[in-house]
Design a protein around this ligand. Structure first.
Ligand code: SF4
Length: 308
């Protein structure tokens, strides 16, 4: 039996105080590393979860050995759900978008990206539609967010806070609403996942030409269905890949953002093509590569409203 002096040194869970302090230090170190390495709100949230796990561990010491958030926090997909269910958003946070979601192939596994995704981010919007926005690929997203989970979790493009809010705000200012006047999609419909560098850091996998080629069947089908008059490439990757598919030796995106649209032919259709900076990199590029944000917004407004 522990003496009174020894009992004073015990945690409420009966473990020696020193052992509990070591656990606490390990978790605190992990939290500090995570915050230092990512500087993101989601990392902070995971750290808070780690702290909660430690607090619970003081009551139930075994739970501290449970792996606290896995590196890849994908929401597990229930194996007994139908393929259709797996492709549809499971929540009602985006009711209008859910009806406009253009599912082309359930559970596509045509390229290696299907292993990292949580949900396919199919295009959405009215069909047919004069204006079509084509982004890059879904970002990882954050399942703990209430609304802006990201397209890897919602299955709808541009639903993460960083670029989704900006793009919607931009479109409203240009006189268009994403799910009324514009069809929005990505050239690659699945989140690419992370690779680990030699230094042990996680890095978003770079999209390759083969990923675009594998997903081209979906995008060409969308071009046929949507019949756009103007296609806006949102970011450098869609701009480069679409021009490669057209067979055009196109200049860099940063050098044409103020240029008038080009008439191109692709997937049996003729339409106007322009490129714009990705909303996630908007602030760093617009001030450097355009005569000014106001002039750039005016140019986009005039180009887009001309077809609406
Ligand atoms: S990226 Fe496209 S082709 Fe590859 S698995 Fe996803 S939907 Fe299929």
């Amino acid at each position: 039996m522990a003496t009174l002096r020894e009992a004073d040194r015990l945690c409420p869970n009966g473990q020696p105080l020193g052992a509990a302090t070591r656990d606490q230090m390990v978790l605190r170190r992990a939290m500090a590393w995570e915050l230092r390495s990512t500087f993101s709100w989601s990392a902070s949230r995971r750290s808070i979860l780690s702290l909660r796990a430690w607090r619970e561990a003081r009551i139930s010491p075994r739970s501290v050995e449970e792996p606290v958030p896995a590196q890849e926090d994908r929401t597990p997909i229930a194996t007994n759900t139908s393929q259709e269910d797996r492709s549809m958003p499971t929540d009602d946070l985006y009711p209008r978008e859910k009806n406009l979601r253009n599912i082309l192939q359930n559970d596509c596994v045509a390229c290696s990206l299907h292993t990292a995704r949580n949900r396919i981010s199919w295009g959405y919007g009215p069909v047919p539609c004069k204006l079509m926005l084509v982004g890059e690929a879904p970002a990882k997203g954050d399942p703990l967010r209430l609304l802006w989970k990201g397209s890897n979790y919602t299955g709808i493009p541009f639903t993460n806070e960083r670029s989704g809010v900006k793009l919607r705000e931009l479109m409203c200012e240009l006189g268009a609403e994403l799910n009324r006047h514009a069809y929005v999609t990505n050239v690659v419909k699945c989140y690419p996942g992370y690779s680990v560098t030699k230094a042990g850091k996680r890095k978003l996998k770079a999209l390759k030409r083969c990923h675009f080629d594998a997903c081209w069947a979906h995008l060409s089908q969308e071009l046929e269905m949507v019949q756009p008059e103007l296609v806006v490439c949102v970011g450098g990757y869609p701009w480069n890949q679409l021009n490669r598919r057209i067979g055009r030796d196109a200049p860099k995106l940063s050098s044409i953002v103020m240029s008038p649209p080009a008439v191109v032919e692709l997937a049996g259709r003729r339409f106007l093509l322009i490129g714009m900076f990705h909303p996630a990199r908007w602030d760093s590029w617009v001030s450097v590569k355009t005569p000014g944000e106001q002039a750039y917004r005016k140019h986009l407004r005039e180009t887009i409203t001309a077809v609406l």
